[in-house]
Design a protein around this ligand. Structure first.
Ligand code: UD1
Length: 340
């Protein structure tokens, strides 16, 4: 059984990926500092798959601790690196925290890989690297635009750190996965998104408003150059997204990579507006959402959705779940959380 190290494995996308890795027959070691997640997630994973993944509570900033972990869990075949800070607004307030966390964690891992013979690396990137694209849907060949936030900048710099390291001749190959907007929860409702404090992202805000945790959803702007005036995104089911990570790891492990660093868009190819999300949520759940149109949010991109053709063709992967089922899964998860 091949072993995969998943950093940030108790987080939102990480936990769903651990489940899919286990379903595919991989042994998983999770490393997470629990800064934005809980150890209970390991139990949720075990309830779904029947297998409890190894879990090490550790900060990837701790290079010595990481080295002990590599030595303890010998024979790691690949790393999937999720562990990072991801709140756009916070990154503007605390840029050094973001640069330190996101860059140093990555560097620590890349430095240890050759020493422990780990050759394969999947990196969590974001469509934020495209800024507002000139051409939609956006392909991987679109130019990266200057980042709107320190968070976005860390994703660009981290992509470059990986590429430069591979190009230097290090015995590492990598796949950079650029996520569009991951939403929803595992259909079992054993794991899902667990934002701490007031959610910044749309879907947790929607489900918390529906559950009565928040009095009202603000729709940030209806004066954009889009059909209904609200922003457009490409919302992708988190389980579909997780499955792409398994395929990426398998692609490297079976020598199918076409180059030492490959980049893929992970999206559905369909742009959906904020108001369409609101309407679809109401239709699927039968719950009326209390919302109001407010001003634009600083730094928001007007519209972006993926051209996933390259990922579809090369990875043999496609986002399959409907927006309706995905929103229903998010609601099922929120109902399990109750007023949290
Ligand atoms: C944001 C980041 C992105 C990051 C991702 C992960 C920006 C520009 N992008 O994506 O880089 O990878 O988070 O956390 O910040 N909305 C509302 N009301 C709300 C919340 C959101 O109307 O209460 C709208 C937003 O204006 C946007 C859409 O919903 O149009 C999606 O927002 P969100 O879920 O925060 O994701 P992004 O902004 O696309």
């Amino acid at each position: 059984m091949q072993k995969i190290l998943v950093t940030g494995g108790t987080g939102y996308i990480g936990s769903h990926t651990v489940v899919e890795l286990q379903h595919a027959g991989f042994e998983v070691v999770i490393v997470d500092n629990l800064s934005n997640s809980s150890a209970d997630v390991v139990e949720g994973i075990a309830r779904i798959t029947g297998v409890r993944p190894a879990f090490e509570r550790l900060d990837c900033l701790d290079g010595e601790g990481l080295e002990r972990l590599f030595a303890k869990h010998g024979g790691i075949a690949a790393i999937i690196h999720f562990a990072a800070s991801k709140a756009v607004g916070e990154s503007v307030q605390k840029p050094l925290l973001y640069y330190r966390n996101n860059l140093t964690s990555l560097i620590n891992l890349l430095e240890l890989m050759p020493k422990y013979g780990v050759e394969n690396f999947v990196f969590s990137s974001s469509c934020t690297v495209y800024g507002q694209p000139d051409v939609l849907p956006v392909t991987e060949r679109a130019p990266r635009k200057p980042a709107e936030s320190p968070y976005g900048n860390t994703k660009q710099i981290c992509e470059d750190i990986v590429s430069d390291t591979v190009r230097s001749g290090a015995p590492i190959r990598s796949i950079l996965l650029r996520y569009f907007n991951p939403i929803g929860a595992h259909p079992s409702a054993e794991i899902g998104e667990l934002p701490l404090g007031v959610p910044q992202n749309l879907i947790p805000f929607v489900t918390q408003t529906a559950a009565g945790v928040r009095p009202k959803l603000s729709v940030f702007g209806n004066d954009y150059d889009t059909p209904d005036g609200s922003c457009i995104r490409d919302y992708i089911n988190v389980v579909d997204l997780a499955k792409a990570h398994v395929i990426a790891a398998q692609r490297m492990l079976t020598g199918k990579s076409k180059s030492a660093v490959e980049t893929f868009n992970l999206g559905t190819g369909r742009g959906v507006s904020v108001l369409e999300v609101v309407n679809t949520f109401e239709k699927v759940t039968g719950v009326k959402l209390n919302y109001e149109i407010t001003g634009r949010r600083a730094g928001d991109i007007e519209k972006i959705w993926a051209n996933p053709a390259y990922a579809n063709a090369e990875l043999g992967w496609q986002a399959k779940e409907t927006l309706e089922n995905t929103l229903a899964s998010a609601w099922k998860w929120q109902q399990k959380l109750g007023k949290r």
